[in-house]
Write a protein that binds this ligand. Structure first.
Ligand SMILES: CC(=O)N[C@H]1[C@@H](OP(=O)(O)O)O[C@H](CO)[C@@H](O)[C@@H]1O
Ligand SMILES: [Mg+2]
Length: 562
C-alpha cells in the first residue's frame, strides 16, 4: 500500500487504523456462519439467500478494492441467482470492460468470504491490499443492481455496508432492479471514455438498441407478434421499458410477468425450464397462444441473460425448441452472408466463427463445419466462450441453454466504418453489419438484445419459426444430473469432452457410445451444483436415453454407489 504524498506517515497510519476499525464494525454485524464454505464459481457466489449477507458484505469490500486497484475504474456488482429457485440468491462482480471478474480475483473473493472471524477478515483484507498493491487512497466507483428476488433488499443492504466502510472515497450508482446484461452494459458504457458505446444508464441502453433495431427492420415492420415468457422475473420490467421506447414495429406479448408474486420466479416457466424439460411452460400451453401455426414464443431466464425460442409444429402440434445452438447457427450463417455481400477488400476480409461447448447438439456442429464456418469448442462457462469468441473477427458464441452473444472485434468495426462500398448492395450490407454490432450486447449474453437479433435476422430472411428450424434436425439428447459422494474425483479434459479421472472410466464411456448409432456422451463435474452431469445424444430418443442410463450407471459405479 502506498500512501498519499500529501499525508504525513502518521496521518496515513491513523487513517488506515480507522478503516480497519470500520471494517471490523461491519464484519461484526455480518458474522460468517460456521460450517459453510463459500466458493466464487462460474456464476459468482450462489446459494440459499439466508446464508449470503456476510458474503455480500465481503463482496462489497472486494469490489471497492478492485476499483481502487484499477485507479477508480467502475466495477459492477449484480445480485441475482438467475434461473435458480426463488429462495436462492447470488452475487457476481463485473470488470470495467463489462466482462466477468478477472479469474485471478475469484480466489480473493473466495478467501475473503471464508474468513471465519473478524480478525481473520481484517488480516486477509490487509494481506490482499498489500499483495495486490492497492492504493487505498484511490477513489472507487461501483454500479450495482439486483433482480426481483424478495431476498434482494437485505442483501443489497449488506453489500452497501461493505461499501460504506470506505467512506466518501467510494462513488455509488444504484441501478435498483434491473437485468444482469443491463448492469454489464452500464459498467462498460461508464468506463468507455469515448462515449461511443452508449449513454451509461438504462435509458441509454434502450435507446441504443431501439435505434439499431429500427435501422435493421427499416420498412419490413410491423413484424409478426412474439410471445415472451419473462419467467416472472426482472425481464418483465426490462421488456416493458424497452417496448415503450421501441414503439409498434415488434408487437410483443409479455407472459409470466408476476414479478411480485411469491414463489412465481422461474416456477414452471423461463428458459431453463423450457430447455431442460423440452416442453412449453404449462401457462403457455394452457393459454393456447401458440396454436396458430408459425407463432413464435421465447423464454427469458430469471435475470434475462438467457433466451430460447420455440413454436408448435404446424400439423403435429408438437413442441419444437429453437435453443442457443439454433440461434448461433442462424446468426452465424446470416452474418457470414452479410460479410460476403459487404465485399470488403482482401486485407479487411472478416471471418465469422462460432464458439460452442460440448453440450452443443452434434447436428449443429456438423451443420456449421460442413459449411466452412469455423467452430471452437471450449469448457462450459460463459467466460471461456467469451474469450474464445474474441479471437474471431466476428465471434458468435452461445451455450445450448441460450446464453450467448456476438462479439465484433475493434478492427472489424474499423474495417466496416472505413470501407468504400462497391455497390448499393455492399453499402447496405455494411450498414446492417454495423447496426447489428450496435444491437448486440458486446459485454455479455442478453435475452432482450438476443431476442431482437433473432427477430431482425428472421425479418431479413423473410422466415418464420419453421423455416428457421428447417436448417438441421437436432439429435435427440438427454442431460442427467447425478449426485455422487465426491464430484472432485471426476476430472474432465479436452474442453470437457473426455474424462481423465477416474482412470479407465473414459474407455468404458467410449465403449458404451459405440453401441448406439451416432452416439456421443460425456461426463463432467458441475461448476455450479454439487453433482456430476451426464450428457448423451444419439440417432433416436430411445438410444439417447439408453446411452444416458448406461453412462449414469458407469458414473455411479466409479464413485462406489453401485
Ligand atoms: C449444462 C449447463 O447448462 N450448464 C450450465 C451451468 O453450469 P454447470 O457447470 O454445468 O453447473 O450453469 C452455468 C452458469 O449459469 C452455465 O454457464 C452452464 O451452461
Ligand atoms: Mg441467467
Amino acid at each position: 500500500m502506498s500512501s498519499s504524498p500529501t499525508k504525513s506517515p502518521k496521518d496515513a497510519a491513523h487513517e488506515h487504523a480507522l478503516l480497519l476499525n470500520s471494517i471490523a464494525e461491519g464484519a461484526n454485524e455480518y458474522p460468517k456462519p460456521e460450517h459453510v464454505n463459500f466458493t466464487y464459481g462460474t456464476a459468482g457466489f450462489r446459494t440459499l439467500a439466508t446464508k449470503l449477507p456476510p458474503v455480500l458484505f465481503r463482496v462489497g469490500l472486494l469490489a471497492v478494492l478492485r476499483s481502487k486497484r484499477l485507479e477508480g475504474a467502475t466495477i459492477g456488482v449484480m445480485v441475482t441467482a438467475s434461473h435458480n429457485p426463488e429462495p436462492d440468491n447470488g452475487v457476481k462482480l463485473v470488470d470495467p470492460s463489462g466482462e466477468m471478474l478477472d479469474p485471478t480475483w475469484e480466489a480473493h473473493a473466495t478467501a475473503l468470504s471464508n474468513c471465519p472471524t473478524t480478525e481473520s477478515l481484517i488480516s486477509t483484507f490487509t494481506t490482499l491490499a498489500t499483495h495486490l498493491r492497492v492504493d487505498l487512497h484511490q477513489p472507487a466507483n461501483i454500479v450495482y443492481a439486483r433482480d426481483t428476488r424478495p431476498s434482494g433488499p437485505d442483501l443489497i443492504k449488506a453489500l452497501e455496508r461493505g461499501f460504506s466502510v470506505f467512506g466518501e472515497s467510494v462513488k455509488l450508482n444504484d441501478l435498483g432492479i434491473t437485468t444482469t446484461p443491463i448492469l454489464h452494459y452500464v459498467v462498460k458504457a461508464t468506463n468507455d471514455r469515448t462515449g461511443e458505446y452508449g449513454t451509461p444508464n438504462i435509458k441509454g441502453y434502450n435507446e441504443k438498441m431501439s435505434k439499431a433495431f429500427k435501422t435493421l427492420i427499416g420498412n419490413r415492420g410491423p413484424l409478426a407478434p412474439l410471445y415472451v415468457d419473462c419467467a416472472n422475473g426482472v425481464g418483465a420490467n426490462a421488456l416493458s421499458d424497452f417496448t415503450a421506447t421501441l414503439g409498434e414495429i415488434l408487437p410483443v406479448h409479455p407472459l409470466n410477468t408476476a414479478t411480485t408474486t411469491q414463489g412465481a420466479l422461474n416456477h414452471q416457466c423461463g428458459a431453463d425450464f423450457v430447455k431442460t424439460k423440452q416442453a412449453l411452460p404449462p401457462s403457455i400451453q394452457q393459454s393456447g397462444v401458440l396454436a396458430k401455426p408459425n407463432t413464435r414464443a421465447c423464454s427469458f431466464d430469471g435475470d434475462a441473460d438467457r433466451i430460447v425460442f420455440y413454436y408448435q409444429h404446424e400439423t403435429k402440434g408438437t413442441f419444437r425448441l429453437l435453443d442457443g445452438d439454433k440461434i448461433a447457427v442462424m446468426v452465424a450463417m446470416f452474418l457470414g452472408d452479410l460479410v460476403v455481400k459487404a465485399k470488403l477488400d482482401e486485407e479487411h476480409k472478416l471471418q465469422v466463427g462460432v464458439v460452442q461447448t460440448a453440450y452443443a447438439n452434434g447436428s449443429s456442429t456438423k451443420y456449421l463445419t460442413s459449411r466452412n464456418i469455423p467452430v471452437t469448442c471450449v469448457p462450459t462457462g460463459v467466460k471461456h466462450l467469451h474469450h474464445a469468441a474474441q479471437r474471431y473477427d466476428i465471434g458468435v458464441y452461445f451455450e445450448a441453454n441460450g446464453h450467448g452473444t456476438v462479439l465484433f472485434a475493434d478492427h472489424a468495426i474499423k474495417a466496416l466504418k472505413s470501407a468504400s462500398p462497391q455497390s448499393p448492395d455492399s453499402a447496405n450490407a455494411i450498414k446492417n453489419l454495423l447496426a447489428f454490432s450496435e444491437l448486440i450486447n458486446q459485454a455479455v449474453g442478453d435475452a432482450l438484445s438476443d431476442m431482437l437479433l433473432v427477430e431482425a435476422v428472421l425479418a431479413h430472411r423473410g422466415w418464420g419459426a419453421s423455416e428457421w428450424d428447417a436448417g438441421y434436425e437436432d439429435l435427440p439428447n438427454r442431460l442427467v444430473k447425478v449426485e455422487v459422494p465426491d464430484r472432485n474425483i471426476f476430472v474432465a479434459v479436452d474442453a470437457e469432452r473426455k474424462l481423465q479421472y477416474p482412470l479407465g472410466l473414459q474407455d468404458k464411456i467410449e465403449d458404451a457410445m459405440k453401441k448406439y448409432d451416432m452416439g456421443r456422451s460425456f461426463v463432467r463435474p458441475s461448476g455450479t451444483e454439487d453433482c456430476v452431469r451426464v450428457y448423451a445424444e444419439a440417432k433416436t430418443t430411445t438410444e439417447a436415453e439408453n446411452l444416458a442410463i448406461a453412462v449414469t450407471d458407469l458414473v455411479k459405479m466409479a464413485s462406489g454407489q453401485i
